[in-house]
Ligand binder design. Structure first.
Ligand code: KG4
Ligand code: ZN
Length: 348
């Protein structure tokens, strides 16, 4: 007989939750007490996948299996807690690579059964979306959220925990995907985003006038694949390639579109808080431009600390803590969902 939930949830603001995130190529675990993160560990596979120029799903899942146990031991030791102290176990259930998601979810479900504690299935996008609120008293508030990662570029109206409305999204490449593809065209290491960012610091952002797609579209959607193609055509004409100027001009085009459309969305929604998350929100130019723009317009800007921008388990633990306080566990029989959408949002 399968026990569908590992235990009953209790409302406890100092509950200790272990979260496991293995949606792609980072093996990440974190421990949260209440809504305070007390430990986080990330074992990156970037070097392994760098050789292939991108993530190889089977290689990723094998490596998750290899490092999960030592990373689990490390995070528990760092947090100073034992398995018996845990009140719930959470894992990312999607979206992501099926074979990677399965590894983390299986560990979390197994621990929940063994310890007789509840299991919480958490949406990776929601983890990113709410990560900027982790140090905000009272948690997620009425705001607009911009998620800019390798897999998603989303503008979301946040009404509260679990109450989201899609305002806009990329109709083709995600912003991070565009950074990575341009990095690849330039021969930079995988993933290209951080390298393009570093090269851009020494480049001229006005040297090339790359397209700012969908600026006048009248909606809040984005498109980045034309920009990447424009970079490719331009590179065919250059010898030698002015890598730093290309990076700076490309980055400026991405950031300008993101800033202008996001600010428009905030003004149209009539809110005064903007929460930006996802790997691309580590970008120094993006952070600088949003900081200036929000200051000028008196918009309260929430940016997650860089270690919570790229994939991590702290953001999963935070959403798990908010859900745990609501008292609704997930079914142990619940499946991982590689194409999972954000709750309440059609079209994501
Ligand atoms: O959120 P994330 O770790 O994973 C996904 O859920 O996709 O985002 C990874 C993406 C990659 O495309 C990576 O190149 C990009 O974030 N990224 C950056 C920077 N740091 C990471 N892009 C631009 N500038 C950065 N500094
Ligand atoms: Zn992510």
């Amino acid at each position: 007989m399968i026990q569908l939930s590992g235990g009953n949830l209790v409302q406890d603001s100092s509950a200790i939750i272990l979260a496991v995130e293995t949606s792609c190529d980072e093996t990440a675990l974190a421990v949260i007490r209440g809504t305070e993160l007390i430990a986080g560990e990330v074992s990156s596979q970037i070097k392994i996948h760098g050789e292939f120029g991108g993530v190889v799903p089977e290689v990723a899942s094998r490596n998750h299996l290899k490092v999960l146990r030592p990373v689990l031991m490390a995070v528990l030791a760092k947090a100073g807690v034992g398995c018996g102290d845990l009140d719930a176990i959470a894992a990312t259930s999607g979206p992501g690579l099926a074979t990677s998601l399965m590894v983390g979810a299986s560990l979390a479900k197994g621990m929940a059964v063994a310890l007789g504690k509840p299991f919480l299935a958490i949406n990776h996008i929601e983890g990113h979306l709410l990560s900027p609120f982790i140090r905000v008293q009272g948690g997620p508030c009425s705001s607009v959220g911009l998620v800019v990662s390798g897999g998603h570029t989303l503008l979301v109206r946040i009404h509260g925990l679990g109450r989201y409305e899609l305002l806009g999204k990329s109709v083709d490449d995600a912003a991070g995907e565009a950074f990575d593809k341009v990095g690849k065209l330039l021969g930079l290491p995988y993933p290209g985003g951080p390298h393009v960012n570093r090269c851009a610091e020494r480049g001229d952002p006005c040297r090339f006038d790359f397209p700012r797609s969908m600026m006048a579209s009248g909606n809040f959607h984005f498109s980045f694949s034309g920009l990447k193609t424009a970079v490719r055509y331009m590179l065919e004409k250059c010898d030698p390639i002015p890598v730093e100027d290309v990076c700076a001009s490309f980055q400026e085009a991405v950031v300008e579109v993101l800033v202008k459309k996001t600010i428009r969305a905030v003004l149209a929604a009539g809110v005064d808080t903007l929460a930006i998350s996802g790997g691309v929100s580590c970008n120094s130019r993006l952070r600088e431009r949003f900081a200036n723009e929000c200051k000028a317009r008196r918009i309260h800007l929430l940016l997650a600390p860089p270690e919570l921008c790229t994939d991590n388990a702290g953001m999963i633990a935070y959403v798990a803590a908010l859900r745990f306080a609501q008292g609704v566990p997930s079914e142990l029989a619940s499946e991982i969902e590689p194409n999972l959408r954000l709750a309440g949002v059609a079209g994501i």
